[in-house]
Design a protein around this ligand. Sequence first.
Ligand code: GRF
Length: 217
Amino acid sequence: MIRLGILVSGSGSNLQAIMDSCVCGDIDGMVAVVISNVEEAYALKRAENYDIPTKVISHEHYPDRVNFDMQLVKTLKEFDVGLVVLAGFMRILTPEFLKHFPGRIMNIHPALLPSFPGLEVRQKAIDHGVKLSGCSVHFVDDGVDTGPIIIQAAVPVYPDDSKEELKDRILALEHKIYPRAIQLFAQGRLDIVERKVFIRDQVKEKTAYMVNPPLED
Ligand code: GRF
């Protein structure tokens, strides 16, 4: 059973979906520890409600990023974590962190990568006028939102969307694809070959598509 270490900074709705998936058996794993760099993060409350150990490690208390990251590594290793899950964690990890968990760090991003990496991406998608956006779960490498993509899901975008509307539409899908990506990892079905993630025993959906606006009224 895989032991998850979840890093958060905010609301923790993805954490909630992951904890629920562990409880109901959709993920063959358990959340071993939740670490926040923000003391007031609501995600901590969510974890406490499930009796999951929490730690606050504030980046402000460390002289530099490497020292902060080494404290994260130490704590994750204390809890014997097998997969590090970034769930709204608003810090960029250093290469020193990455080398402790090679191929074992995931992130979720609220856009269809490689489009719109970085911050404020729902507004950027609306402003660009795209008709589809969505979310991506990817392995973390030393770039910003650049690592091998595991799973993506698409939603329609409308020109008069507010960023809150688009955020909610995407978030609902995030809560489905993040547990799925973690379960695929837990089952040992993900193989990373250069930029590509191969999923063992995956059925090819030959006719699946999504069009916005629809082809017919
Ligand atoms: C999500 O939109 C996720 O894609 C991004 O940060 C947000 C976290 O939301 N990386 P929550 O804290 O899980 O509610």
